[in-house]
Write a protein that binds this ligand. Structure first.
Ligand code: ZN
Length: 181
């Protein structure tokens, strides 16, 4: 059986149905479902929080893993409805970084292929994502201008030096991290 529709077009009640019956639908994609919770324009904030919590009651372990696999989705969903200060957001990103290392330590024995992850380091000393493990091509590397105040402090910094750091760190794959433990 197939859902045959995009999650970001579903109504609230349909989420509950598909989560309850996800095993029956061959095209049920858990990450796609989670991502749509923030994107779906049919949902208001209370709906999003309710669906997130409901989904977590079934997929809590998977959601926890998204701290590594898709940290932005995990962060966006975790912070739904929260009025975060910049310090709060930093703290949450730091928590995610710690949890990423825990997840990696647990997965280490089972899976060896972590090469697609790399540590974020854009060269901005104050960047809240520094040290965050990011899957290459997941977007966060490019898309991290949410902390505009931080950014402005570093505008004068030499751009070529930053790019150099970025190129260097893109090669700093998780493998190094694991080997050095
Ligand atoms: Zn950055």
């Amino acid at each position: 059986m197939k859902i045959g529709r995009k999650f970001n077009q579903l109504h609230k009640s349909e989420y509950f149905h598909f989560i309850d019956n996800h095993k029956k639908y061959t095209d049920f994609n858990t990450l796609g479902m989670y991502r749509s919770i923030c994107e779906n324009e049919k949902l208001n904030l209370d709906d999003r929080i309710e669906i997130r919590d409901y989904a977590n009651s079934t997929f809590g372990k998977t959601f926890n893993f998204y701290q590594l696999k898709d940290p932005k989705t995990n962060f966006d969903l975790t912070t739904l409805g929260m009025d975060l200060t910049q310090a709060d957001a930093r703290q949450l990103w730091d928590d995610i970084k710690v949890n990423q290392q825990k997840i990696l330590a647990e997965k280490r024995i089972k899976h060896r292929n972590f090469g697609e992850y790399s540590k974020h380091n854009c060269g901005y000393a104050n960047c809240p994502y520094n040290g965050l493990m990011i899957k290459q091509g997941s977007g966060l590397t490019e898309n991290h201008m949410w902390f505009k105040e931080d950014k402005n402090q570093y505008v004068a910094k030499d751009k070529s030096a930053r790019n150099k750091i970025q190129r260097k760190n893109i090669r700093h794959i998780i493998r190094d991290e694991l080997d050095n433990e």
